[in-house]
Design a protein around this ligand. Structure first.
Ligand code: OAA
Ligand code: MG
Length: 541
């Protein structure tokens, strides 16, 4: 990639190739750029410095996100350079939590076309539409139908911000070539009144289509995509519970695909548990975990924890017995008299149900509570205190997203537990100083793992992405947590190391894929170098 024969204004207006003010005298002469730019050529470092100055002049994260969107459209290389060099500051602007607000207002702020919009009205024409895309080759697709965007619910086509944001992370965190990525929104309608009544909403205004028509549309999407790009990797993102599990089951062994909300989130939360075990000097098989929430994330995490407990020596039955779900109707049991969705069944217990979460804590005496419920403030002071009475080091993960949906804040968790909690969160929180000690809560966010998983799967040309891949990534990430991180209460490594983490996640996945016969490549002589050589870095060519 990179070859182009653009010159003059056409080149400067092409955000994929433009270097903006960074063209040298010689390049300006050769490319007919003389007179079209301020006279003194800038370096990319000067450009980053200037753009960071502008970025910091905006008051709100939302304004900053809009500025970054414009920057990306004018100079993609610079955008990724800035993202990479200032990852802790910029990631929350292009991804969670700010991406939530960007999605909610997406139709009102749309300026720069990016990615693929497919409507159910286009059924029968998907292959033709793919021909309109500028990408010749695509390695990585993130697709959503916008039904369950973060913890915000059905945003219809406004959910497009999520595939765009996730793919920016594939590039920034793992070096997946941005020109070979494709964000996709499937417009099957929306059930959100606000958008159906919004004159500026840019999706089709009808209720969500489901059933056979929906399934046929998804099938056509997969067949068209894999006919054009047989080796690409597809990530499902933010589908509703009513489709996510079925789609994963239907496609996971046919194509190289996975669901980030079920499997990516599971991987990073299990990684946090591995670190918590180091901090507690205990074993996962001793934990008893109560989940608030029973959707994709909660049951995905519970399933992978069961796998990790089995790895730790427990039988599957004993592992499942230690994992409890609590949904909108209370503790998930076989005695409630309702019909449980298939994904909840393995965790349903044959005991009386309890309707109150705190009562469930007092009855079950869990060692850990994991919030994946999108219920802001659900972990109250009395709940955190109850966990602290029962446990010397209570584990409290408040993972709902964005920040407005968090079950509790970092400050609340440290204060209410008198500094004893082992905490992680779904959106970033600032360090907390409590009784003279500073705690650095880190985000149990799938961005530590999914970029490297995607990169590994692309490079190994995996036939499918197996469950072991997610356990492997969980171990890789946990192994990078230092004693110093643990001493500050961090269960994850610093985000500034995310390129290194993604690199190692990818290396280990390629090794696993080669060992299990999932890889469709010859074993590279030096896998670490193979991965390094295939990571995109934002430099001008
Ligand atoms: O995007 C994130 O930060 C995590 C995620 O997948 C979700 O909340 O759906
Ligand atoms: Mg998601």
């Amino acid at each position: 990639m990179g070859a182009h024969n653009l010159t003059g204004t056409t080149l400067l207006q092409n955000g994929v190739y433009s270097k903006g003010t960074a063209y040298s005298e010689e390049e300006r002469a050769a490319l007919h750029l003389k007179g079209l730019l301020p006279p003194v050529p800038a370096t990319i470092s000067m450009q980053v410095e200037a753009m960071m100055e502008q970025l910091r002049a905006f008051d709100t994260p939302f304004q900053k996100a809009l500025f970054l969107d414009g920057l990306r459209s004018s100079n993609e290389t610079l955008y990724f350079r800035l993202l990479l060099e200032h990852i802790e500051e910029v990631l929350p602007l292009v991804y969670t939590p700010t991406v939530g607000e960007v999605c909610q207002k997406f139709s009102h702020l749309f300026r720069f076309a990016k990615g693929l919009y497919l409507s159910i009205e286009d059924k029968g024409h998907v292959s033709e539409i793919l021909e309109n895309l500028p990408q010749e080759a695509v390695d990585m697709i993130v697709v959503t139908d916008g039904q369950r965007i973060l913890g915000l619910g059905d945003l219809g086509i406004n959910g497009m911000g999520i595939p765009v944001g996730k793919l920016a992370l594939y590039t920034a965190c793992a070096g997946v070539d941005p020109r070979r990525t494709l964000p996709v929104i499937l417009d099957v309608g929306t059930n959100t009144e606000r958008y159906l009544n919004d004159p500026l909403y840019l999706g089709h205004k009808h209720p969500r289509v489901s059933g056979q028509e929906y399934d046929d549309f998804i099938e056509e999407f997969f067949q068209s995509v894999y006919k054009k790009w047989p080796k690409c990797v597809v990530q499902f993102e933010d589908f509703g519970n009513n489709h996510a599990f079925d789609l994963l089951a239907r496609y996971r062994s046919r194509y190289c695909c996975y669901n980030d909300d079920i499997q990516g989130t599971a991987s990073i939360v299990v990684s946090g548990f591995f670190s918590a075990m180091r901090a507690k000097k205990s074993k996962l098989s001793n934990e008893k975990i109560l989940f608030l929430g029973a959707g994709e994330a909660a049951t995905g995490v519970a399933g992978l924890i069961a796998d990790a407990m089995v790895e730790d020596g427990l039988s599957r039955e004993d592992a499942l017995a230690r994992l409890y779900l609590f949904d909108s109707k209370g503790l998930v049991t076989t005695t409630r008299g309702d019909t449980l969705a298939a994904h909840k069944l393995p965790f349903a217990k044959d005991i009386p149900s309890v309707k109150d979460f705190e009562e469930a804590i007092r009855t079950l005496r869990p060692t850990a509570i994991v919030g994946l419920s999108a219920q802001s403030g659900a972990f109250t002071e009395s709940i955190v205190k109850a966990m602290t009475e029962i446990n010397e080091r209570p584990i409290v993960f408040a993972l709902s997203n964005p920040t407005s949906k968090a079950e509790c804040t970092a400050e609340q968790a440290y204060t209410w537990s008198d500094g004893k909690v082992l905490f992680s969160c779904g959106s970033p929180f600032d360090p907390v100083t409590y009784k003279g000690k500073t705690y650095v809560p880190r985000q149990g966010n799938n961005s530590y793992v999914f970029p490297g998983i995607g990169l590994g799967a692309i490079l190994a040309q995996c036939k499918e992405i197996t469950q072991e891949v997610f356990l492997s990534a969980a171990h890789t990430c946990a192994d990078m947590v230092t004693e110093d991180d643990l001493a500050h209460g961090s269960l994850y490594p610093s985000l500034t190391r995310v390129r290194e983490i993604s690199h190692l996640v990818a290396v280990n996945i390629i090794k696993l894929a080669l060992a299990t016969g999932q890889a469709q490549i010859e074993a590279p002589a030096d896998i670490e170098k193979f991965v390094t050589d295939n990571m995109y870095t934002p430099d001008y060519e």
